[in-house]
Write a protein that binds this ligand. Sequence first.
Ligand code: PHE
Length: 340
Amino acid sequence: MIDRIEEMAKRALAELAVIQAENLEGWRLKYLGRNGELNGLMRSIGKLPTEDRPSAGQAANLMRSQLETTFELRCAELTDKQDQESSLDVTMSGHTAMLGSLHPVTATLREVRTIFSRLGFRSVVSPEVEWDEYNFEKLNIPQDHPARDMWDTFFLNSDDVPGSMLLRTHTSPAQARVMEQVDPPIRVIAAGRCFRYEDVDASHESMFHQVEGLVVDENITMADLRGTLQYFVRSMFGADREVRIRGSFFPFTEPSCEVDMTCLFCNSEGCRVCGRTGWIEMLGAGMVHPVVLEMAGYDSRRYSGFAFGMGLDRIVMLRHGIDDIRHLFRNDLRFLQQFV
Ligand code: PHE
């Protein structure tokens, strides 16, 4: 009898050692269940001669507890393994969270601000939705003056407010706003979005960025304008850049000029970027018009100043070799991720 019990236990343990999780319950019924093999053997113990019963009973009980313990251990082992396989593999490499980064226009603007701050320029903000008065009139561009044709303007319907509103076509209204708030000396930078009714193409967008500069003090001359812009161009594009000044026209500066720098792609030899001229147009500038100073309440015999306005997007494009302004504002991550 004891041999039969031991034989059964050996078989049961061998099966248990290689069992799959889904067969555990079948194994338990087969060996430990009410009609299982162990109980069958127990029942036949009753038919043994009396003197053999105690030792057989003892052997059977020992086997039961051994099988039960081993069964429980095996259950724990298999469910543990299953959990691990289905949910978590701690050896797997993780997913990196996607981090944002500065837009190339923002990054460049910060650099521009830093360069001018070294010269003592303070940064100011000015509204994007502007009164006609600041965008034009206080800049010496009267209503119906042909000079308004220089800026194709988005006007806003504003029947319920006196005076007409528009989306600023340049950052120059910041000049008038600063001058009406503070007295000279003034050294400010005002940057931000501007809007024009443009035929959109690779170099024109209806929304773009400008950086405005304004300096007003006693004895400010064109030499200060040149020196300041030369310092900026060299800090931004390299110490070997040269600047040149060409005569131009803006209603709010007199004299007015355009400022160019030597092409950084061909070193003035002439290439596609500079249109074979060797020069790249940077900005419009000039000495603040006495009429503008007077409108701001300044004595134009005592004070003089210079102002400039440059296209920020163009600077970003030059620095990164971007050939189409529209890429900047499409929010295509494949494009933007190149500047992380
Ligand atoms: N506001 C002018 C423009 O957008 C540029 C400019 C600014 C010119 C300041 C002179 C002085 O065309």
